[in-house]
Ligand binder design. Structure first.
Ligand SMILES: [Zn+2]
Length: 70
């Protein structure tokens, strides 16, 4: 696919695609989306997730590190 112009993958794209969706998490407090910090080193769409989101670790209530820290 190198050289082909691809449409920009926006955050919506990652949610609709089950191959990236399965690694995504959402904080219940700030509603931000991120990708699981224990996601494997290689999987489909990882490059896109890293570009658009940050690693996010939720606690058992579904709250991210940043919300917990404040
Ligand atoms: Zn949060």
């Amino acid at each position: 696919m190198v050289g082909l112009k691809q449409p920009q993958h926006d955050p919506e794209w990652h949610l609709k695609n089950p191959r990236t969706r399965k690694w995504m998490v959402q904080c219940v407090t700030c509603k931000r989306w991120g990708y699981r910090d224990d996601a494997p080193a290689k999987f489909f769409g990882r490059d896109h997730l890293i570009k658009h989101f940050e690693a996010m670790k939720l606690d058992d209530r579904g709250v991210c590190d940043k919300c917990r820290g404040e």
